[in-house]
Design a protein around this ligand. Sequence first.
Ligand code: COA
Length: 374
Amino acid sequence: MIVKKSGGLAGVIAGSTAISSVGKGNGLKYRGYDIYDLAENAQFEEVAYLLIHGELPALDQLNRFRNKIIAGRQIPGLLKETLKNLPKSSHPMDVLRTAVSVLGCLEKEKEDFSNQQQIATRLLGILPSALLFWHHFQNSGIEIDTESSEESIGGYFLEKLHHSKAIEKHVKAMNTSLILYAEHEFNASTFASRITASTLSEFYSCIATGIGVLRGPLHGGANEAAMELISKFHNAQEARDGVKNMLDKKEKIMGFGHRVYQNGDPRNITIKNLSHCLSINHEEAHLYEVSEVIENVMLMEKSIFPNLDFYSASAYHFMGIPTSFFTPIFVFSRTAGWAAHIIEQRNENKLIRPGAEYNGPGNREFIPISERIH
Ligand code: COA
């Protein structure tokens, strides 16, 4: 019998990786570099290069990589047509998953996988474009172009979203947030992408797998669910009472808890600071206070800590980003991590196919359909 605490492969070492380590739940490193160093000093594109190519880039390597991402913002005509035909009511995560599938038909991966890094780079460029092309077309009939003076992925996204030059403070916040979201060992979506890669399937299918898995509220979708919760409360007292009430009803509070981190998510301190800075002088600054109250209630009542998704929610909100784009931003970033894992899986491939303990009925005699009574 599978017991609850050991379910969900908790505590199971399912393979090895040189891409990132979560330490003993108290440190997070990407290829040996401390997440705090990267978040403080690096550009997201540098981190994406580190993940996809294995080492931090020299300046000329970074410039070439960034230029390829910028060139990769272009949307092929057939993909534009598909995006125009997707309903306005689609979830943005479904739009991204579809965009990846369509691109996989138009710009196929080579059978020997020799263009896998180019595809990863292309996806980093095109995903924000595809999402915002669909968004603006469905909401106002405008077909956005991909011209921009913004070199960074975060700045480009904000500029195209708001149709105006992005505020410098927001570009920096997006950069930090994308770095924090880029990679996290054998999380559910990455592990799923590796499973797809392990069948020797092509690159786009592996990424589409990751998007599908990330979408759920127990994983990446938690940042959207957290925002829905936070925005229900107008002040600290309402938040305190509301969350206690939810806990009494045994409801989960999204954006809290983590399979790996029992004593706090190391990324929380950085994202919380960011959310605080963005809240200053914001007309909805109370949402930061509400978030802190929820954090305190969760600590007092359940000893459960916020994960990266919790303060990401208010941080994105303070930048005027619609809630349904929160998990897609996670995709823009985690594509780098997924790509690194797909490449690593392929380099040392073995089909991932675990066993299961059977707990169904014992041997039974087949009864012809005409004789079955239910
Ligand atoms: N709110 C309230 N209670 C929570 C909780 C939360 N966010 N997260 C965990 N718990 C409680 C569970 O109810 C459970 O209590 P019980 O033992 O009395 O039944 C206990 O803590 C263990 O939780 P469980 O869901 O079994 O642990 P897990 O390792 O399988 O789950 C998560 C990890 C992330 C899925 C879980 O913490 C969760 O659902 N969090 C909310 C979603 C979220 O933020 N996801 C993003 C993760 S980065």
